[in-house]
Design a protein around this ligand. Structure first.
Ligand SMILES: [Zn+2]
Length: 417
């Protein structure tokens, strides 16, 4: 595992090649009350990408040349083979200067505060909870160009985007300072994964760190930020690499899913620099449970995992059949080392024993994979969908965190003497 981490860390730390920066410009309109989302967005700076991904629930009105506005034909809508939560489209004709996509989609609204529940919720869902809309990069709520040479999904983009939401009181976008009102413009020269959260919600900004979706007292903000800084120090020390941003915290309501309820956080995800946690808990409740001024151990572990996605997710983005495995196992591995640093050897060994307890009777060692597809991939996705909580432990045994198992087994054997 150390070798794997070393190799991946080298990739993380490699200087970025001087290349064109992919950019996204235009506008997005949303109406959280009725579940509508539309966009008119242009993609430029991709070295001639002519294919893109867009959420399968979004319908394309038209595609046009970004320089001339000339209409371009496109293909992919019939008999589509989706990639994740999105449909791939191919632009036909000259898209060398970039292309613009105009689209609209309607999504179910679950009034979570009235007790309405969806069968499930995951990061790739464009989620309307009756008060807000939540769309992370995994939804592909914006056109994600596919690099013509490498096949990379370019979901980290520089941007200049206008958000219009007549019924919104607040708009939050990808780590930027939240805006009060029904219209906002966000711009960044630094490519980022994009996330939109808009509707009726409170927010507080403390020295450039944003607490979005729920209230926070100064004491709770301080406890959470102190915890995040301690995790950051642990990750930086282990990898020998600095984190670039202080994360912003988003507290949202999951639409559904096992063991999920308002006021109880069991699931979260990172769209760096945003760490999003379900349950729509107040940040004061999130800061409770530990010694004075410190987060509870379980909360530290959870946030250590999400913080690790800065390195494994944002700065190093795996792809291919072991994508989820590489993404989640490295993040969880780094989190386990942070637990060891912050909480001590006993807490670390307890974590390993927990992995061992959850491991299946038969484990395929990492150097003897029989298959990279099929069930293994499904389990990777399940693992991703249930990043935190009881389901993770079950999914973890089937492909996500197998790298832990031999180590955990050894720990367990030592424990038994
Ligand atoms: Zn994760």
């Amino acid at each position: 595992m150390r070798l794997l981490i070393a190799v991946l860390a080298a990739v993380v730390l490699a200087p970025l090649a001087a290349a064109q920066t992919p950019q996204l410009t235009g506008r997005i309109d949303v109406d959280p009350r009725v579940g509508l989302l539309s966009g008119d967005l242009c993609v430029r700076g991709t070295s001639g990408a002519s294919t893109f991904l867009l959420n399968r629930g979004l319908n394309i009105r038209g595609v046009r040349n970004a320089a001339t506005s000339q209409a371009l034909s496109f293909d992919g809508f019939y008999n589509a083979q989706n990639r994740g939560d999105a449909t791939p489209y191919a632009v036909e004709g000259d898209a060398h200067e970039g292309f613009c996509v105009s689209y609209v989609g309607a999504f179910p609204v679950y009034r979570v505060d009235d007790g309405e529940r969806a069968a499930n919720d995951w990061k790739g869902q464009i989620a309307f909870d009756g008060r807000t809309v939540r769309a992370a990069e995994q939804t592909r709520f914006y056109p994600v160009p596919i690099d013509a040479e490498t096949g990379d999904e370019l979901d980290q983009l520089a941007y200049d985007i206008e958000i219009n939401c007549a019924r919104c009181r607040s708009i939050y976008w990808s780590g930027a300072a939240p805006v009060r009102g029904s219209r906002a413009r966000f711009a960044s020269d630094t490519p980022r994964m994009l996330l939109l959260y808009a509707g009726d919600f409170p927010f507080t900004s403390v020295e450039g760190a944003h607490f979005v979706g729920a209230s926070v007292s100064p004491a709770a903000a301080n406890t959470i930020r102190t915890g995040l800084r301690a995790i950051e120090a642990a990750h930086e020390a282990y990898l020998g690499a600095e984190m670039i941003d202080e994360p912003s915290m988003l507290s949202f309501a999951a639409l559904g899913g096992e063991n999920r309820a308002l006021g109880n956080n069991t699931w979260g995800f990172a769209t760096w620099p945003t760490i999003a946690s379900d349950g729509r808990m107040s940040f004061d409740a999130m800061a409770e449970g530990g010694p004075p001024g410190r987060l509870a151990p379980g909360r530290e572990r959870y946030l250590a995992h999400e913080m690790a996605h800065h390195f494994f997710g944002a700065r190093y983005t795996p792809r291919g059949p072991l994508r989820w495995f590489l993404l989640e196992s490295t993040a969880e591995f780094l989190a386990s080392r942070a637990v060891r640093t912050m909480q001590g050897e006993e807490a670390y060994m307890a974590l390993l024993r927990d992995y061992a307890r959850q491991s299946p009777a038969e484990v395929v060692p990492l150097n003897q994979p029989a298959s990279l597809g099929g069930a293994r991939e499904r389990d990777q996705r399940r693992c991703r969908a249930s990043d935190f909580g009881r389901t993770r432990a079950i999914a973890a045994t089937r492909g996500c965190y197998l790298c832990f198992v031999p180590r955990a087994r050894a720990a367990s054997r030592r424990e038994r003497g």
